[in-house]
Design a protein around this ligand. Structure first.
Ligand code: ATP
Ligand code: MG
Length: 140
């Protein structure tokens, strides 16, 4: 079964939308395999988003991602990567389709409520960034 690593970002926690976003994720058929609340350090946020280290928004992005608690979640589903990205919508909420999580809750291209992995191999790597394998529960 394919895995994706979702993060309910600090803006999602601050806006008290964790329950609403989780409800949508579960209703879309994703199975929760691991979840916790954590405040990333600046260094941890830089490590997580290292692929973007040359981008002009990298410093602001990692400040934002370390600005408060977030909720990393390992999700499983067939076609999890593509289906999750369809559920959350485009990076920029202005461009996200109506009814997607980002369209409904995000304020800006940076503060866009939720992260989703962009490939199966990154899904596995990003899950391991937050959870040792023994903290990821098996199929119920
Ligand atoms: P994520 O990786 O968080 O799921 P994504 O894959 O839709 O988002 P990426 O291109 O990987 O988008 O960008 C990572 C994150 O960096 C975005 O979710 C957003 O928070 C931030 N970001 C992306 N582009 C910009 C930008 N032009 N200005 C400010 N922040 C940006
Ligand atoms: Mg991305």
């Amino acid at each position: 079964m394919e895995r994706t690593l979702a993060i309910l970002k600090p803006d999602c926690v601050r806006k008290r939308k964790v329950g609403e976003v989780l409800r949508r994720i579960q209703e879309a058929g994703f199975r929760l395999r691991a979840m916790k609340m954590v405040t990333m350090s600046k260094t941890e946020a830089e490590g997580f988003y290292a692929v973007h280290e040359d981008k002009p928004f990298f410093d602001d992005l990692t400040d934002f991602m370390s600005s408060g608690p977030c909720v990393p979640i390992v999700l499983e589903k067939e076609n999890a990567i593509a289906d999750f990205r369809a559920l959350i919508g485009a990076t920029d909420p202005e461009e996200a389709e109506n009814g997607t999580i980002r369209s409904d809750f995000a304020d800006s291209i940076q503060e866009n409520i939720v992260h989703g992995s962009d490939s199966p191999s990154n899904g596995e790597k990003e899950a391991a960034y937050f959870f040792p394998e023994h903290e990821i529960v098996a199929n119920q």
